[in-house]
Structure formats: structure tokens, C-alpha cells
Design a protein. Structure first.
Length: 58
């Protein structure tokens, strides 16, 4: 699905141009898990879905 492609691209970015800025996770987490996190942004992969090839809800 398109959402899986988005997840792959974001995961790759966390090891490249957005390293130390963006973190990608598929773990079961809550907001308190990130209190001491140094990253500016967190992408929680399980929080989104792809309805079709054009519509993604995050």
C-alpha cells in the first residue's frame, strides 16, 4: 500500500538526512515514552492507514 511506501521512506530518512531529528517507531508506545527523547519529531507507524492509493490517514 502507499502507506507502507511512506513508512519505508520515512524510516530511511531517519538514518539519512533527518538523523537525530526524526525517529521512526512501530513499538507500542504512549506519549510519556518520549519525555526525554532528543528528536524533534516522532513518526509512529501504527497510527496511520491507507484507504486507497491516494488517501492516507495519519
Amino acid at each position: 500500500s502507499i502507506y507502507e511506501e511512506i513508512c519505508v521512506a520515512i524510516k530511511e530518512a531517519t538514518n539519512g538526512p533527518f538523523k537525530n531529528i526524526l525517529v521512526y517507531t512501530e513499538d507500542e508506545v504512549v506519549s510519556t515514552c518520549f519525555i526525554d527523547d532528543i528528536h524533534s519529531s516522532i513518526f509512529y507507524a501504527k497510527a496511520g492507514i491507507s484507504l486507497d492509493d491516494r488517501i492516507v490517514i495519519k
